[in-house]
Design a protein around this ligand. Structure first.
Ligand SMILES: [Fe+2]
Ligand SMILES: [Fe+2]
Length: 271
């Protein structure tokens, strides 16, 4: 029963700095790592942690070193795809010891398990906020699905392919999602799309498949459905998603980052 933990949008800045002069993203990522390690006896074994983009704020080597310093404390293997705040070559260099990191081109990868496949897709358009899948990534996805044999497939990419009702963010989602749509349409098994970028837990449908957006680890994009709303952040609690194969299909748990009171036994309170 494969278990994949998804974290997203860690937005790491140089050590000692705050993102947007407000958010201690490094402390939040350290808290996330501690939360995962502490929960492992309850929820594990977890096969893989995936980071769905915006690992860093500016994509500099210094920020990736800071990211790796924190994530090196994780007791689970970790893979990542880039988001719009990342820079492909600096990210590649920071994962140069990882056997899943391609030497050139888009940062895509496949992780095969007995009961499912996980595919990471690179939707970064360098210097732009929106995302897109280039020709190489489209072929990569088509080939991955062709060899998946109908197993459930978890596809992780940064940019959501649908509008979520937050106007400033909807303008920078995955442009031209048609190739993604056509790639997944005829797949005979389950496909679960998992994204980041919106820093919120959002569940929608794309091409008849569930498409889940993961909350950020440190801060949320403000939920404001007014068309003229300013793009802004709100200090809502960080979170992550646990995607697990249960009875042959994906089931997803939202898990808040942090330590909370309990558990308290229900014993003695049941009717
Ligand atoms: Fe982000
Ligand atoms: Fe993003």
């Amino acid at each position: 029963m494969t278990k994949i933990l998804q974290i997203s949008d860690t937005h790491i800045v140089p050590e000692g700095e705050l993102a947007y002069e407000k958010v201690d993203t490094a402390a939040a990522l350290a808290d996330t790592v501690a939360t995962i390690n502490r929960l492992l006896p309850q929820i594990g074994p977890v096969d893989l942690v995936i980071v769905t983009g915006d690992l860093t704020e500016h994509g500099t080597p210094e920020e990736y070193r800071h990211f790796q310093d924190i994530v090196s404390n994780l007791d689970v293997p970790c893979r990542a795809v880039p988001g719009n705040h990342d820079r492909r070559e600096a990210m590649r260099e920071s994962f140069s010891n990882a056997n899943w990191m391609p030497a050139t081109g888009p940062i895509g990868w496949i992780a095969e398990f007995a009961d499912c496949i996980t595919v990471g897709l690179d939707s970064l358009v360098e210097g732009k906020a929106h995302g897109a899948l280039d020709g190489d990534t489209r072929h990569f996805l088509q080939n991955a699905l062709a060899r998946s044999g109908g197993k459930p497939v978890l596809i992780g990419l940064h940019h959501p392919p649908y509008a979520a009702g937050i106007a400033a963010m909807d303008a920078q989602n995955l442009i031209d999602p048609t190739p993604l749509l056509s790639a997944i349409t005829d797949y005979p098994g389950e496909i679960r799309l998992v994204c980041g970028h919106l820093h919120r837990s959002i569940t929608g449908i794309f091409g008849g498949r569930i498409c889940q957006v993961c909350p950020g680890t440190s801060h949320a994009v403000t939920l404001d459905h007014r068309a003229a709303a300013e793009n802004s952040l709100t200090m809502e609690p960080g979170g992550m998603l646990l995607h697990e194969i249960r009875e042959g299909a994906f089931l997803t748990h939202w898990i808040p980052v942090g330590r909370f009171q309990g558990p308290y036994p229900f014993a003695g309170f049941e009717p």
